[in-house]
Design a protein around this ligand. Sequence first.
Ligand code: ZN
Length: 177
Amino acid sequence: MDERFFKALQFAARRHTSQRRKGGKDVPYINHPIDVATQLVTVGGISDPAVLAAALLHDTVEDTDTTPQELEHEFGADVAALVAEVTDDDSLTSAERKLKQEVEAPTKSPRAKLIRLADKTCNVRDITNHPPPSWSIERRRAYFDWAGRVVAALGRVHPALEKDFAEALARAKQSVA
Ligand code: ZN
């Protein structure tokens, strides 16, 4: 295993150390990037070291004080560029960010699309299994619809990862039917 994987795991764990997932079960945030990387390896059979490191780091710029320059310095331009491709612009409102993800999905690189797809699968599963306590059923439904639109807009990415997303989404929609 590429040493960058473990460096990325350590880096992300430190940066997300005080954060918890919104699921209300006091789940450490780092569980999520670990889930995304695990999804890519176990379901997708992905072994590209830059993709796996970027999966572990994918929320560090968006959700911690990590800068793109720092990622480039620590992990190289390739990994930093992949993280940048899946990082939302926090100067936009939440609604604008959601729309931008949908509109820009087709323009992403094939490797960034893998991370985006695995990220959506993990988020849909988390929200199905542990809905954030403050989220109404309508809010969950809207999230699942949006996630489905983003993934559809990615186009063809990876058959096994797409199939797994479709299964997660079907179960998610049943849970709010
Ligand atoms: Zn994520």
